[in-house]
Every structure is written in C-alpha cells, then in structure tokens.
Design a protein around this ligand. Structure first.
Ligand code: APR
Ligand code: PHB
Length: 423
C-alpha cells in the first residue's frame, strides 16, 4: 500500500489528534453524493463503532455505513461479559465512563454438574477479573461517543457494494433514501457481521471458510428479577445446559439449551422457570426469583472462521470474519482484538506510511481468533448434552468437569481463556 494522501505527520487530514468532525464537501462531507474519506467502515455494530471511535480520536477520517436503523442496532440482544482487553480498549476510545460506574467486577464463575457446584477463581489464578456490563450498553455508549465526534454514520444504507478492494483506490457505493452515493477511500473495514457484504465480496479462490454447526440452540430470557447468584453459573445436567447470568442487580439473564426445533411461542414463563430449576443445583433452584420475561429469544450455536481476514484494501473485523458459540462470551471480546490490531495498523500507516501492521493484521488476528474458537468449542462441548451422545461420552464430560474441579492447573487454563488471552 502506498503512503496515503497527507502522509506527512501521518495524522491523515487532521492537524492533530483532536476528534475529526465532519467536513463540508471535503473529507467526510457528502457533496453531489460523493464522499472522500480515509477509512470506509461497513457496519454500525460494536466492531464498526469501536474502530470508528479510535480512528476519529486519532485524526483519521472515517465514515460508517449501517444498513439498518440505529434503533434496530440498539435492539439487538447481546451478551454481558467484557474481557479486560475490551475494557482497556473502551478506555482508550474514551467510551468507558458509564462502564466504570455501572459495570460489575466478577472475580470468578461457578460451574455445576447435576447437583455439584464449584468455583473457578479468575483473579486468584490469573490476576484478572471480567466485567459484567451489557454489550448492548457498550453499543449505546459507542453511539453516544460517535454523536459527540460528529463523524458520520449513514443509516439505512442500501445496496452497499465494495469496488476495487484489490486496487490502491477502493471505493464503496450505496444508496440512502434511493439516492446513489459513493465513498472513495484508502481502506474498507468490513465490520458488517456474519450476514454482511464484506466477506462475500472476497473471491472464493481467496477465502477459505471453517464451520461447525451445533445440534442445539439457546433459549434466553431476560427478567427484572435479582440474579440467583452474585456470579454466573454454567450448569451441565442430564436435561441439558443452563446459564444463570445478569445485567445488573435488578436484571437477570438466563439461558437453557434447547433443540433447534423449539419455538419461542411454545415456552411460557412458567415452563422456562421450571426447566431452568431442573438444570441448576437444587440449592440455587430453591433461591431462584422468577418473574415475567421481558425478552425471550432462541439463538443457534455455530463456530465459524474465514481465512484470510484481509483482501487487498478490505479488512474484516468481528462477526464478519468469525462466529463463536456464546458459551465463552467471546463474540464482542474477539471483535475487540480485531479492532485493536486493525487500528494499530492504520495508525502506523497514516503516521509513517509503513504497512507492517496492516500486512500482519490477518495472521495476527487469526492467531487469537483460533484460540478463542478453541476455548468456546471446548467449553460448549464440555457443558452441553449432544443428541447422539453415548453413555461413555457423558462419562467423559463428567470426568473432565471433575478434573477441572480438582486440578489447579486446569482451572488456571480455563480462567486464562475466560478472562481473555493477551492481545
Ligand atoms: N451494509 C451495511 N451494514 C451492514 C450490512 C451491509 N451490507 N450487513 C450488515 N450490516 C450491519 C448490521 O446491520 C449490523 O448492525 O453490520 C452490523 C454488524 O454488527 P454485528 O452483527 O453486531 O457484528 P459486530 O459489530 O462484529 O459485533 C461483534 O458483538 O455483541 C456482540 O454477539 C455480538 O459477536 C457479536 C459482536
Ligand atoms: C449473557 O449474560 O448474556 C452471557 C454471559 C456469559 C455467556 C454468554 C452470555 O457465556
């Protein structure tokens, strides 16, 4: 990649690291439906927003294209555990104030097998904790920060298409309200999730996909009730997996493993609570406070990775490149390390013209992606009931959980993965 326009001190077009505001007709300004910017970000979810915020704070112009409305993006149900790396990145992005106030520090988690339960001590074994804070709140905070910078987000962007990704002058076309638009840029960041256009834009002979579909889903309930325990409970039972989580001391999030044929409308609140109580230890079931569900949904489980995560000037980030089953709560946390690597590469590129970071992006991101995929697959395989499971398979799960319960090295290994491997 050649040094971008305005290489010089490298801070793109901005004179200093102050936040780049919109430019009329020039950088980031819409004029005659044509925009010139440095980084075109496709996708206004957490990945795109976090990358955009980091870029804006360092004077690198960027435009976000989001196909849905802001309300829809903010309505997406997301998990609630943040690794230390993501918390640090949100601090670097200047988006951690509310998180610091409202986030709940968790120093460990509970694992149960039928009626037996034990604790894995994160802080005692790794020196690090995790933070419980809704990832939907992270998205809210990122949009508030985007508003404050004035950097553009084009919502309800239709027919987004990437052109010239394998050239040194890529551009993106799209429509807003039916009007054709074009963004000329140096780089395209594909942050558009699993169903986005970015990964699909990579030629099949360039890209290789790896996928595992799990034969079950998660039925999730959100209830305005106090969590059953101060810490998360990951439960394996003869009836299947269950997870007791939370958003805050007054808002609980529960999941039970379910078949892929299940439908939300077949699950009354009472049926859900009864099933959950049968999957968690009886002493926890006895103290469970139930209440009406304010959100019920079923999500399938999948492991997916595409390689490479780069094609020319197109760089994939987050769910556009990989999906993990939610057992390890790695979705957004893995997107965060992608964003970190891509941002560092772009910052170097605009500061010095060097492309070492960008050229290393895909290999560097994938090394951490595959470790998180492995942990998520391992934890999912350990804790769930599989339809074709034999008695021997179930004994293997019980033995591995018993080893985890009694072996400090095993608990340290799990804790290291759960709190987040280094970037
Ligand atoms: N054009 C523009 N935007 C698009 C397009 C497109 N063609 N296709 C999808 N999008 C938008 C989606 O509407 C969505 O808002 O891209 C965004 C992608 O956001 P996510 O799917 O949330 O993916 P990501 O930002 O990578 O989030 C990573 O966060 O909360 C977790 O579980 C979540 O694992 C996920 C993680
Ligand atoms: C959640 O709170 O939604 C959650 C927590 C931990 C997980 C998955 C989901 O592993």
């Amino acid at each position: 990649m050649d040094c971008p326009d305005g290489g010089g001190d490298g801070h793109g077009k901005a004179a200093d690291a102050s936040v780049a505001g919109p430019r009329d007709g020039g950088m980031n300004g819409l004029s005659n439906g044509r925009v010139k910017t440095q980084v075109a970000i496709i996708g206004g979810g957490p990945s795109g927003l976090l990358l955009g915020q980091l870029l804006s704070r360092h004077g690198i112009d960027n435009v976000i294209l989001e196909q849905r409305t802001r309300a829809h993006v903010l309505s997406r149900i997301r998990a609630g555990v943040l690794e230390r790396g993501l918390v640090e990145l949100l601090r670097e992005a200047g988006v951690a104030d509310r998180l610091e106030r409202e986030g709940i520090r968790h120093d460990g988690a509970l694992i149960s097998f039928d009626d037996e339960m034990f604790r894995v001590d994160f802080t005692g074994t790794t020196g690090h904790a995790v933070t419980v804070y809704g990832q939907t709140e992270v998205t809210h905070d990122l949009y508030a920060a985007r508003d404050a910078t004035g950097a553009p987000v084009h919502f309800e962007a239709e027919e987004v298409a990437i052109h010239g990704a394998d050239s040194d002058a890529p551009h993106v076309t799209f429509r807003v309200g039916g009007a054709p638009m074009r963004i000329d840029c140096d780089v395209v960041a594909g942050c558009d999730g699993f169903h986005g256009v970015s990964r699909a834009s990579m030629p099949r002979h360039i890209r290789r996909d790896f996928e595992k579909i799990y034969p079950f889903g998660w039925l999730g309930v959100l209830s305005e009730t106090p969590p059953v325990n101060e810490e998360l409970i990951y439960a394996s039972s003869e009836r299947g997996f269950a997870l007791c989580s939370m958003r805050n001391p007054r808002l609980s999030r529960y999941y039970i493993q379910c078949s892929l044929e299940e439908r939300v409308e077949d699950w009354t609140d009472d049926r859900f609570w009864d099933e959950l109580k049968r999957r968690i230890p009886s002493d926890q079931a006895d103290r469970l406070v139930t209440g009406p569900s304010i959100e019920t949904s079923i999500a399938p489980l999948r492991s997916f990775v595409t390689e490479p995560m780069r094609w020319g000037r197109l760089f994939l980030c987050g769910d556009a490149a990989h999906i993990v089953p939610p057992t390890g709560a790695k979705g957004l946390n893995l997107a965060a390390s992608d964003v970190h690597y891509l941002f560092e590469g772009l910052r170097e590129f605009y500061a010095t013209g060097a492309t070492r970071g960008l050229d290393a992006y895909s290999d560097r991101a994938l090394r951490r992606v595959w470790k998180a995929e492995r942990f998520s697959w391992w934890f999912t395989s350990l804790m769930h009931r599989f339809p074709d499971q034999t008695g021997f398979d179930r004994r293997m799960q019980r033995a591995e959980i018993d080893f985890l319960r009694t072996n400090a090295a095993a608990q340290t290994a799990m804790a290291e993965n759960y709190v987040g491997l280094p970037y």
